[in-house]
Design a binder for this molecule. Structure first.
Ligand code: 5GP
Ligand code: MG
Length: 187
């Protein structure tokens, strides 16, 4: 696996530091007086990419919270460009009156966030905020709602820390690029 890595873009140590900063900001924004004393929050990671990010982030947020889940497919198989975002499954129960924070691994075309926010509002959420670990340097990404952003990165295909290529490399601890021969056979 490590032989396929071209370079480390963001190290696991940088990620850990930034995740803590994001968590501190989220706690501040979801505690009184910013929000009511009994504000109920639900964290909704978009699977599978946001799995690792979510598990690190929620353990730095000491608030009363529930977790929901949404599975969205946009980069199926060996694609390295979005093939359109489709909500495949929803497991978040009743969101009536709850403040939802959606987590995604990376903001690229923005199709995923744009597909997901209305679904959560229709499920009764009182508010929907979005948090992405990475945001690509693209006009479409900058124009999409992102209330919390971990890192702005160049428009390159990255894997690791939950992000995949053909469902591999999610377990790489850093955010990395892959050698071109690994991804050349892709559409
Ligand atoms: P969007 O819907 O904003 O175009 O893209 C969001 C989804 O596309 C992400 O959740 C992720 O699954 C996938 N994606 C976008 N860019 C990359 C990338 O550079 N690497 C990987 N592995 N997935 C990406
Ligand atoms: Mg994803």
């Amino acid at each position: 696996m490590n032989l396929d890595i071209e370079r480390v873009l963001i190290s696991q140590h940088q990620i850990a530091r930034r995740v803590k900063e994001l968590a501190d900001q989220i706690v501040k924004d979801h505690s009184p007086p910013a929000m009511g004393i009994d504000a109920e929050i639900t964290i909704v990671p978009i699977l599978t990419g946001a799995l690792v990010f979510c598990s690190d982030l929620i353990r730095q947020i000491p608030l009363h919270m529930q977790i929901g889940m949404l599975t969205v497919s946009s980069y199926p198989g060996t694609s390295i460009r979005t093939q359109g975002s489709q909500v495949i499954s929803k497991q978040f129960g009743d969101l009536t009156g709850r403040h939802v924070l959606v987590l995604d691994d990376i903001l690229d075309s923005g199709g995923t966030i744009r597909a997901v926010v209305p679904v959560l509002k229709e499920a009764g959420a009182a508010s929907v905020k979005t948090c992405v670990l990475l945001r690509k340097d693209l006009p479409t990404a900058r124009q999409t709602q992102a209330d919390y952003v971990g890192f702005d990165i160049p428009d390159e295909f990255v894997v690791g820390y939950g992000l995949d290529f053909n469902n591999y490399y999610r377990n790489v601890p850093d955010i990395v690029t892959l050698k071109s021969h690994v991804i050349t056979k892709s559409p």
